[in-house]
Design a binder for this molecule. Structure first.
Ligand SMILES: [Mn+2]
Length: 334
């Protein structure tokens, strides 16, 4: 594994070659993945290399704040984005792949095969497993707060100047992965946050990216308004037929149910109308093992939280299946 100085040397070498750069964040793109990816595309630009950020998440599944950053970066910075099909159509043998905020093939939109002869650099802060790409050019430190922290450090090491927009995106990445600056902060993280602020980052703008989207919040409240409480003090909400929800919305609805005087809450809704996929999220206050309930439906979790995804069904039928497997024996004796 590389240290930051070796990573600088590696980038120096790899970005001096005549090639395009493809920056790959994880699927389910979040603030850290996008912030670090945009920072890396700036680095590629400084080496006069054309770079593309590979994003293949369906637009409606992208967090609204992340979507704002993507749109802003296109408009203000001219950042290039590419989807999976476009990438596969135009891929060139000698291109440089940089994975950021991810190191595993099962968490990106491409197959391991697609990258088998490619030059790959990994910049990450996650555990590795059998799906991790095999490359010498890897900077993966699980003790660092975020990929955005690593890229901020890289910008400092490479003495690359950047504007306030990029400072904001990187700060948003650190903000997310430190749970609003409350976890996993080292003195190095603080120094780099300070650098970002010196470069014009504005915490008000960053927290704005994280604001709830009114439309999405209203959909969750709409879901909640249909809640029914069955026997065993279990609340269930079923999404409108023909309405598509994100997994996060379903999860938030289940979270929300626990505000009420119930033992457990289940939220059910279509997450893909095209594939007839229905997701169920389950939350419990501890009396019911909702992980076990979700296991009965092919999912999993623990006592307090669980989820499953059902194919080829409707929310109504998914609810029937759910009600059948909710039995008193999932109550925990105490
Ligand atoms: Mn991260």
């Amino acid at each position: 594994m590389l240290n930051i100085k070796n990573l600088k040397i590696t980038l120096d070498e790899e970005l001096s070659k005549d090639r395009n750069v493809i920056i790959i964040p994880h699927m389910g793109i979040d603030f850290d993945a996008i912030g670090s990816a945009i920072g890396l595309s700036l680095i590629a630009t400084k080496y006069k290399k054309e770079s593309f950020i590979l994003v293949d998440d369906p637009i409606h599944k992208i967090d609204p704040g992340v979507k704002i950053i993507i749109d802003e970066s296109i408009e203000k910075l001219g950042t290039n984005y590419i989807n999976k099909n476009k990438y596969l159509e135009n891929t060139k043998e000698n291109e440089l792949i940089i994975l950021t905020d991810v190191n595993k093939s099962n968490l990106i939109c491409l197959e391991k095969e697609d990258l088998k002869d490619k030059d790959i650099i990994i910049i990450d802060h996650h555990n590795e497993d059998i799906n991790t790409f095999n490359t010498e050019k890897k900077y993966n430190d699980i003790h660092v707060s975020s990929a955005s922290e690593i890229v901020t450090k890289l910008l400092c090491t490479l003495k690359i100047k950047y504007k306030e927009d990029i400072a904001n995106y990187l700060l948003a990445g650190i903000y997310l992965d430190t749970k609003r600056f409350s976890q996993n902060i080292s003195s190095d993280t603080m120094k780099l946050i300070s650098k970002l602020l010196e470069n014009g980052a504005d915490l008000n703008k960053v927290t704005d990216f994280f604001s709830e989207d009114i439309a999405s919040d209203q959909r969750i409240l709409e879901l909640i308004s249909h809640a029914t409480v069955s026997s065993y003090s279990i609340a269930t909400v079923i999404g409108d037929i023909g309405n598509e929800y994100t997994k996060e919305e379903i999860a938030k609805a289940a979270d929300y149910l626990l505000k009420y005087r119930i033992d457990a809450g289940f939220a059910i809704g279509s997450t893909s109308l095209e594939d007839n996929t229905v997701s169920i999220s389950a939350r419990s206050k501890g009396k019911i093992d909702v992980g076990k309930v979700m296991q009965q439906l092919g999912g999993g979790g623990n006592i307090y939280s669980g989820a499953t995804k059902l194919e080829n069904t409707t929310p109504t039928d998914a609810n029937k299946m759910l009600q059948k497997v909710i039995r008193p024996n999932f109550y925990i004796d105490n």
